[in-house]
Design a protein around this ligand. Sequence first.
Ligand SMILES: O=C(O)CCC(=O)C(=O)O
Ligand SMILES: [Fe+2]
Length: 202
Amino acid sequence: MEQLALFAEAGQSKGLPVEYLEYFPGLIDESEGDELLDTFIREMPWEQKVRKMYTKEVVTPRLTAWFGDPEAYDYQSLGKSKPHSWTPELLRIKALVEPLAGIKFNCVLLNYYRDGNDSVAWHSDREDILGKNPVIASVSFGQVRSFDIRHKDDHSEKYSVRLEHGSLLMMKSGLQEHWEHRIAKSVKPMKPRINLTFRLIK
Ligand SMILES: O=C(O)CCC(=O)C(=O)O
Ligand SMILES: [Fe+2]
């Protein structure tokens, strides 16, 4: 546990594998970011998902909401719920990240970390519907949290990026295949944070 805490506090790692990850601070300025954070907290249709793990029900330790074009796919056959329709705020952010990603996205998953108890465990975003090597654009608002990555074949190869208010983290092709990521829980008091991950369902 102690080692994990140290890792989370290590701050902005030098020598991030830039072929897989690119960080753009200040994509959105502070005052617009403050407004967006407020609007998202108040107006988004937040849900807390419950997953069945064997016989236990596990509550996801954060709130989520998902947006896209509700008519674009038969989401049920893709194993997904129907997304909510794009809002003007989400479309504006989508238009900012697309030129940097070099692709057009067609959905976005929102995560709301209410405090330091909210988190996302080690995982990679590898879903058939995203294709083999997805590019995912991740925009953050509110509390700075550490985004940790570790190599799947060697967990000692790890880095941490502090995702600042209004920043963009581009998760490039290959990251999901070779690396896992997480947002760890924190024992320090943490204010709300919202993260948007723009994705392309193929
Ligand atoms: O909150 C973040 O920065 C990461 C979220 C994430 O990994 C995901 O939604 O798959
Ligand atoms: Fe993820």
